[in-house]
Write a protein that binds this ligand. Sequence first.
Ligand SMILES: [Zn+2]
Length: 261
Amino acid sequence: MIIDGHTHIHPHADGWGGRYDASLATLVEALTQGPVQRAVVLPIAPKVSNDFIAESCRRYPDQLIGFASVDPMAATAGIEELERAVGQLKLKGLKLHPRLQGFGRNEYTQLVPLIQRAARLNVPVLIDAFPYGKELFETRAVELINALAEAVPDANLIMAHAGGYQLFEAFLVAKAHRNVFLDISYTLPYFRGSSIETDLGFVIRKMHAQRIIYGSDHPEQPLAAAFTETRVVLERYGLTPKQMDAVLGENLAPLVNGVSL
Ligand SMILES: [Zn+2]
């Protein structure tokens, strides 16, 4: 079972920007075509609601795995929304985005209670870690995840985009913390032709392909095209078939309830 660990949908097809098709129908159509059969769908509060994600998952329970998103700076209200999203809406994880939600390493202490609650609810927390834009040096997401992994060792933290250009720092954070996973979405196509192609192979081999999670970041990198391109690169790394299966779904499956392979 191949799972795409990082996709987005929006109630409006152009809701992720006019250049992309973020409709539910397009994502489901791509999953129906295969070979990627399931996808984690990620909202970002308040841009996409947890209710929309939950409703989409109810329509396509065999294809979609929905995560929640809350405002991590909303303190108790954020924790209550996570409780509702997991308890009532049956969502399977939490997505946070430092750059788009306006927090970073400096807000670490405010985040700890939310991460602790996610751990208690037994859902993973996926945190964007692609340094970008004018906040490049402000959010310090890789450092933030390092601190959270230390403070809440029973929380499973997925570092989205494997740190982007900070790939080696992301790798060392994951090496130091068994509760940190690296989602490799977006970074390969963004840095296509750079040394990151080789560096990612080094990191995956050093991690023995453990805690590495495939994802596309659909619709910015459309699901099927991203998979085709990434598989070509992964095949160059000389992974065993078992390691390839791990990256393409089996490392993620135990983190989200209700996935049976
Ligand atoms: Zn994304």
